[in-house]
Ligand binder design. Sequence first.
Ligand code: 5GP
Ligand code: ZN
Length: 114
Amino acid sequence: TSAAAAAACIFCRIIKGEIPSFKLFENDKVLAFLDIQPLSRGHALVIPKTHAEKLHQVPDAELAELLPVAKKIAIAVGAENYNILQNNGRIAHQEVDHVHVHMIPKPNAAEGLG
Ligand code: 5GP
Ligand code: ZN
């Protein structure tokens, strides 16, 4: 969690507005935005604004801010079926080394990948 790691971090750059994103929610601690390669329509990412690679490195007070935002998004998009996913480490399929919670709406079978 050095300053250099944060400067190179793609999600820190999104927070700073250096890389564009479709923002869904933002406050002083948390940002939520659409995933650039969505697994379904509405696939969102919720991240703490302070850089940390993995969940166990995030202070409890910041960690506690993430799920309520995922909940707001679930309500806002009317998702009745969805997965909340959070990967830590390469072997566990983490590709971006800035903690993020996936909020992945599950489309109805009739909607296909939505
Ligand atoms: P991970 O595999 O680390 O849990 O998930 C990383 C997610 O970040 C992937 O779903 C990927 O599509 C998304 N992602 C990677 N780079 C960007 C980006 O520049 N913008 C946005 N909006 N999403 C990104
Ligand atoms: Zn970062």
